[in-house]
Design a protein around this ligand. Structure first.
Ligand SMILES: Cc1cc2nc3c(=O)[nH]c(=O)nc-3n(C[C@H](O)[C@H](O)[C@H](O)COP(=O)(O)OP(=O)(O)OC[C@H]3O[C@@H](n4cnc5c(N)ncnc54)[C@H](O)[C@@H]3O)c2cc1C
Length: 268
């Protein structure tokens, strides 16, 4: 099948072109091009050269990433320091120079490491042609419905111990994650308020670990709290079995890695 690539000046025009169906949005192409080569895409690829999609705009409160910002751009930006550890662990240099933030939100398991971090940070997304922002959690729940993401707004965590990320892979340094955990632990005094814990590899898409969040919310991050959080690390979750790990293995090890991450974030 011959695939046609349509290029639009603005994200809104691209979104309109997608709206008619029979087309797929092309960002960095690290995943889409494999689908094209396997004849698994619709006959039309839609892209945009809208410069807004490549911009990073930072303020004291938020970082606003254009959906077309690449992992390499994140790594080159001091404003994005909070995301460096995550972006560094995505693929090799060639993948990072093409792979975009927007594409990562739609990447299927075992990919989507950045989406896990953004979910824990409470990111919100802007869609082409819409004025209000939507929570990333909401977008991830029904991401099968086509919508062109233009911006991702990331609240800045306060302090070094407010955010942490861990990726567990069999092949180092560039393997796909068999699971990943991102923890956002804002403190009010010594207590945690507004906790978000996100997992990758524990479902078919990045999800929040509600039972762990309940165990941590309002508590002091001490040994007892960590033990209570670890005890419910896999509660209510049905992780997949795939070539990287079985569901049983994921359930067994998620608590081990959660403990290490929480212990790291509990140290002064
Ligand atoms: C060798 C290799 C290693 C990799 N390693 C990792 C890894 O370690 N961790 C990881 O997380 N990922 C990894 N990936 C996956 C991938 O590179 C990234 O997840 C990447 O962010 C996808 O971005 P892209 O711009 O290339 O998306 P594309 O391939 O262009 O698109 C992917 C999907 O997202 C949709 N999409 C893209 N942008 C938007 C948007 N703005 N709005 C709506 N839909 C959109 C596309 O339509 C398509 O369905 C790897 C990929 C490869 C090939």
């Amino acid at each position: 099948m011959i695939t046609a690539v349509e290029t639009y000046r603005s994200a809104e025009e691209a979104a309109r072109a997608l709206g008619g169906g029979g087309a797929i949005y092309l960002a960095g192409g690290t995943l889409v091009m494999a689908e094209v080569n396997a004849n698994r895409t619709p006959p039309r690829l839609v892209r945009t050269v809208d410069p807004g999609l490549r911009q990073i705009v930072a303020s004291s409160e938020t970082i606003r990433l254009g959906a077309g910002v690449t992992m390499a751009q994140i790594l080159a930006s001091r404003d994005c320091a909070v995301l460096h550890d995550v972006a560094r662990q995505i693929g090799g240099p060639q993948v990072r120079s093409m792979a975009t933030v927007g594409g990562n939100l739609f990447a299927r398991h075992p990919y989507g490491d950045l989406a896990v971090a953004l979910l824990a940070l409470g990111a919100r997304v802007a869609l082409a042609g819409q004025t209000s922002l939507r929570s990333l959690a909401d977008l991830l729940r029904d991401r099968e419905r086509p919508a062109l993401v233009t911006q991702i707004e990331v609240p800045r965590p306060r302090g070094d111990r407010a955010f942490g990320f861990v990726k567990i892979a069999r092949i180092h340094p560039r393997g796909a994650s068999l699971l990943s955990i991102a923890a956002f632990l804002p403190r009010e005094g010594s207590r945690m308020r507004g906790v978000r814990i996100a997992y990758g590899g524990m479902a078919d898409r990045p999800i929040q670990a509600a039972a762990v969040e309940r165990a941590l919310e309002g508590a002091v991050l001490d040994e007892g709290t960590i033990a209570r959080a670890v005890a419910v690390a896999a509660q209510g979750l049905e992780p997949p079995t795939d070539s990287l790990a079985s569901a049983w293995y994921r359930r067994e090890v998620v608590g081990v890695h959660l403990r290490r991450l929480l212990e790291r974030l509990s140290r002064p």
